[in-house]
Write a protein that binds this ligand. Structure first.
Ligand code: PBG
Length: 324
C-alpha cells in the first residue's frame, strides 16, 4: 500500500456507508409503467411471454392505474390491443377504438397523479403488423404513414393523452405531429420521441403481447444495432422537430448510445427497458439461475447510471413498491 493509503474499500464497509456514497438512486417518480388495454375481454388476461404482465380490460385498467398512482410512479405508457385489424390500422384513429377509450379511462382515473403517455404507432392496428401503411410494392410508405400519425395524434390528444409516444421511426414524424398539435390548439400535449430506436430481437415478447401479425422485420425503418453515431443524428432531428423528451430503446444493450445522448441532449432523456429484457431476467429467475430482485435492481440502476432520467420498465410498480 502507498504511504497515504487510498483504500476505496473504506466506502464499501457498511450498508449505511454504501448507501451514502451511492452515485445513482432509483426513485418511483423516475419510473414509467407500460400497460396494455385489450378490446373484448372482461377480465385481465396473462401474457405468456411476460410473466406478471397483463392485458387489461377497460375496467381492470382503472384499478391498475389507481395502483400505479398509489405507488408514486411517474407515469404510464398505454398500448392498445384491438380485435380487428386492417391495412391502414383504422382502429388507431377511431375515437372509440380501444386505445382511445383506454386513454379516456386512464386520464380520468389518473387525475393529477400520473402522466398518461400513449403509443403513437400503427403496428398494433395493422393486419400486416408494420408500423406504417404499405405502398404498392409492399414497402412501408414513410410519407403516407405520416398522414396516419397526424390523425392518430389528434385523436389521442382529443382523448386527453398528456404525452404522445412516437415509436414508429418514420422520418419527419415529430415535425408532422408537432405541427398538427399546434394547429389544432393542443399546445400543451407533450411529445416523447422514440429517437434512437433499434431493430431489436428484444421486442419478441411484446409482439405476443400485442398479438402482432408481423411477417419479416422492421430493419428498413428502425435503426441498425451496429450504429452508435447515428443515434445522435436521430436525437438531433427529433429535438429540432419539436420533441419534448427523447428516448433510447432498447435500454440494456444500448447503454453506450444512452450515455452519448445523455451527454449532449438539451431535453430529458428516457430509456425503455423492453419486453425481452424483462422476459430474460424473469425466465432465468424462474429457473433459479439468477437472483431475481438483485438482477432487476441492477438492470434498472445500470440504465439510470448510463444517463437515463426516466426508465420505462415493466417492473415499475414492483420497484416502486419495494423502494417505497
Ligand atoms: C411499436 C412499439 C414496439 C414496442 C414499443 N412500441 C414494438 C416494435 O417496435 O416492434 C416494443 C416494446 C417492448 O418490447 O417492450 N408500437
Amino acid at each position: 500500500m502507498s504511504e497515504r493509503s487510498i483504500r476505496p474499500r473504506r466506502l464499501r464497509t457498511t450498508p449505511a456507508m454504501r448507501r451514502l456514497v451511492a452515485e445513482t438512486r432509483l426513485h418511483p417518480a423516475d419510473l414509467v409503467l407500460p400497460m396494455f388495454v385489450r378490446e373484448g375481454i372482461r377480465e385481465p388476461v396473462a401474457i405468456g411471454s411476460m410473466p406478471g404482465v397483463m392485458h387489461h380490460s377497460l375496467d381492470s385498467l382503472k384499478g391498475a392505474i389507481a395502483a400505479a398512482a398509489a405507488a408514486g410512479i411517474g407515469g404510464v405508457m398505454l398500448f392498445g390491443v384491438p380485435e380487428e385489424k386492417d391495412a391502414i390500422g383504422s382502429g388507431a384513429t377511431d375515437p372509440d377504438g380501444i386505445l382511445n377509450l383506454g386513454i379516456r379511462a386512464a386520464v380520468a382515473e389518473a387525475g393529477d397523479a400520473l402522466v398518461v403517455q400513449t403509443d403513437l404507432c400503427l403496428d398494433e392496428f395493422t393486419d400486416h403488423g408494420h408500423c406504417g401503411v404499405l405502398d404498392a410494392t409492399g414497402r412501408v410508405d414513410n410519407d403516407a404513414t405520416l398522414e396516419r400519425y397526424r390523425d392518430m395524434a389528434l385523436v389521442q390528444a382529443e382523448s386527453g393523452s398528456h404525452m404522445l409516444g412516437l415509436s414508429g421511426m418514420m422520418d419527419g414524424q415529430t415535425a408532422v405531429v408537432r405541427d398538427a398539435l399546434e394547429g389544432a390548439g393542443f399546445v400543451d400535449t407533450a411529445i416523447l420521441a422514440y429517437a434512437a430506436k433499434y431493430a431489436s430481437a428484444y421486442y419478441g415478447p411484446f409482439r405476443e403481447a400485442v398479438n402482432s401479425s408481423l411477417r419479416g422485420d422492421r430493419r428498413a425503418y428502425q435503426m441498425d444495432p451496429a450504429n452508435r453515431r447515428e443515434g445522435l443524428l436521430e436525437v438531433e432531428l427529433d429535438i429540432a422537430e419539436g420533441a419534448d423528451v427523447v428516448m433510447v430503446k432498447p435500454a440494456g444493450s444500448y447503454l453506450d448510445v444512452l450515455a452519448d445522448v445523455a451527454a449532449t441532449s438539451s431535453v430529458p432523456v428516457w430509456a425503455y427497458q423492453v419486453s425481452g429484457e424483462y422476459a430474460m431476467i424473469e425466465a432465468a429467475a424462474a429457473n433459479g439461475w439468477i437472483d431475481r430482485e438483485r438482477a432487476i435492481d441492477e438492470s434498472v440502476l445500470a440504465i439510470k447510471r448510463a444517463g437515463a432520467d426516466v426508465v420505462l420498465t415493466y417492473w415499475a410498480l414492483e420497484l416502486a413498491e419495494r423502494l417505497g
